[in-house]
Design a protein around this ligand. Sequence first.
Ligand SMILES: Cc1ncc(COP(=O)(O)O)c(C=O)c1O
Ligand SMILES: N[C@@H](Cc1ccc(O)cc1)C(=O)O
Length: 480
Amino acid sequence: MAAIAEPYRIKMVEPITLTTRAQREEAIRAAGYNTFLLRSDDVYIDLLTDSGTSAMSDRQWSALMLGDEAYAGARSFDHLVAAVRDNYGFPYVCPTHQGRGAEHLISKILIRPGQHVPGNMYFTTTRLHQELAGGTFHDVIIDEAHDPGSLHPFKGNIDIGKLEALVAKVGAENIAYVNVAVTVNMAGGQPVSMENLRAVREVCDRHGIILWSDATRLAENAWFIKHREPGYADRSSASIAREMLSHVDGLTMSGKKDCLVNIGGFLAMRDERILLKARELVVVYEGMPTYGGLAGRDLDAMAVGLHEALDDDYLTHRIGQVAYLGERLSAAGVPIVRPTGGHAVFLDAAAFLDHLSQDELPAQSLAAEIYLDSGVRAMERGIVSAGRDDQGRNRHPKLELVRLTIPRRVYTNSHMDVVADSVIRVHERRRDIGGLEFVYESPTLRFFTSRFAPIAPDVDGSMAGLERGGRDTAALAALA
Ligand SMILES: Cc1ncc(COP(=O)(O)O)c(C=O)c1O
Ligand SMILES: N[C@@H](Cc1ccc(O)cc1)C(=O)O
């Protein structure tokens, strides 16, 4: 697949800040070594997330101006419904303020306490909402997804054998629904094949189980099917996305990703009974069913963005940019999850810092080191993100990763070169990097707000001079 240049011209720019090493040392200490707690002004290239960080197009900005801010019955809602119907094929839509708003509602609607929810690898907010509704999440993704080196083209696939085994064990009536994420964020932005979606549908039909989708990165998944699955090369990603969704009963969407907006989400479905339930709940937790916690202009921008994200040239450039960064790192011997996925390059922190145990939080430490080196902000996706189980024990996920997440239409490959050079530099002196420990552990979704301190001094200055072995008193003082 030949790389293409940005299929757009840049009409507006936002200056970003270059920082000194001394400023970054101060900033990461103040942030308790948690990149989520850095101030954006202290970040040079921000690869924390692809969520809500897209650049909107001139069409989307125009749509914002046309937003209808009526409390009820706004035409902006009609625009969103039409876009979802035309692009995704669902007649019913319930907007929410973002993806987890939709997850909250669908978990409350479909899960009875004690039921089980199989899915293709956990996502933090998804699993939490399933648990809060009384459900138990089960990972039924194929084993290859847990192996950073496996080159399986569809590492997001559900393992049909694992799914069938769970149904046999707990009984179909105790499965609330099957949730299939496209792509799979925590596995590295890995896609699900159409063949797999069909097979999962067949299992669900045979057992009378609802099939739902977390379609947050639907467009990127469709592009992978076009380029990797036999029979789809001549199809548009838009038509492939439509076919993918024909296999599911409904979806939750974080519009902040593949709808190219800074805020927004929704539920979409075919069953009017689910819509009615969603409307009963949305007025309690989000807002009127025609705005769901959003401004009318947000609905309009999302209606335009969800269509733009399905454009093949846009997708070829976007996924090509992720691959470009991945190839630069692989060529230098940096261990990454392969093949690269749709939204991010994931560093294999366990292999990168193989002198650290998982309990020394290698991914958290690596993300802090990369920030210290260059001001590039990444995100931990390992033991800290996985949290604790219902017995209060740390979960030890097989993947211990750092995510370099690429916002949509925001950075050029010159930025990717700066990122690659920095990660390669850090890799060259990896033996000097020590681990971290918690100094404050947040009880829920702990990766967002916990604070850390170095547990081991290094020899030549990476985190040297900040804190040596033990508690980060400055960080604790800042917290108090
Ligand atoms: C796969 C996936 N599902 C759900 C969500 C939740 O979406 P939001 O951040 O809009 O609440 C996210 C991002 O958080 C995600 O990446
Ligand atoms: N969904 C967004 C924001 C987010 C980040 C981490 C989370 O665990 C939850 C939400 C992302 O994947 O970047």
